[in-house]
Design a protein around this ligand. Structure first.
Ligand SMILES: C[S@@+](CC[C@H](N)C(=O)[O-])C[C@H]1O[C@@H](n2cnc3c(N)ncnc32)[C@H](O)[C@@H]1O
Length: 174
């Protein structure tokens, strides 16, 4: 299904037959959006899903070092994971968040019917005492393709985005 000339190429319905499209998984948050998130949440100390050309923090993990296998303890974590496989990142956030200074995860907001959202997010989000809250962002964020320094034409994805924000119990802020 195509909208405004942009195919949702890494939705599972697209990736199952051929596997994920690396180029799509590699799209970067714009510096402008990231600055807004820094202003709200503070200086992130690690980007756990990154590559050298798109990391948002000096400290980062990439495919080789594997952010899913690293400890996130004591970090203020920025995470914009590969959208072809979101569930392991959400599970990792649940496993780590109490030992972090907070985790902010940027996700597409059009996967709420999927099993991982229904089991890992929906029953827990925005409940009293829950470590997780979800914010649905306005408009359509744009992302930067690998190899480019800015958003290209027709680069508006056909989905809105949301932030999953984990805050450890005893702390406030993120
Ligand atoms: C959607 S991009 C986000 C890029 C950047 N961190 C940002 O927010 O602008 C996801 C990145 O995660 C990387 N990635 C994929 N698997 C990973 C893993 N297991 N550990 C760390 N990074 C991974 C991809 O190569 C890609 O660069």
């Amino acid at each position: 299904m195509s909208l405004l000339g942009f195919k949702a190429q890494n939705h599972p319905q697209q990736t199952l037959p051929n596997g994920p499209v690396d180029d799509i998984d590699d799209r970067a948050t714009t510096p402008q959006h990231f600055e807004m998130f820094v202003e709200r949440f503070g200086e992130f100390t690690v980007d756990v899903a990154a590559a050298a050309h798109n990391t948002k923090c000096h400290k980062y993990y990439d495919r080789e070092t594997d952010g899913l296998r690293q400890p996130w303890a004591d970090e203020l974590v920025w995470c914009n994971p590969p959208y072809s496989a979101i569930e392991p990142w959400v599970r990792k956030a649940w496993a780590e968040y109490q030992n972090t200074r907070g985790i902010v995860m940027l996700l597409p907001a059009n996967r709420t019917e999927q099993k991982w959202w229904q089991t890992q997010v929906e029953p827990h989000r925005d409940r009293p005492g829950s470590g997780l809250r979800v914010e649905f962002l306005p408009g359509r964020m744009r992302f930067i393709k690998a190899g480019r320094t800015d958003v290209g034409p027709n680069e508006r994805p056909p989905f809105g985005c949301c932030l999953l924000i984990w805050t450890p119990n005893e702390r406030t802020g993120a």
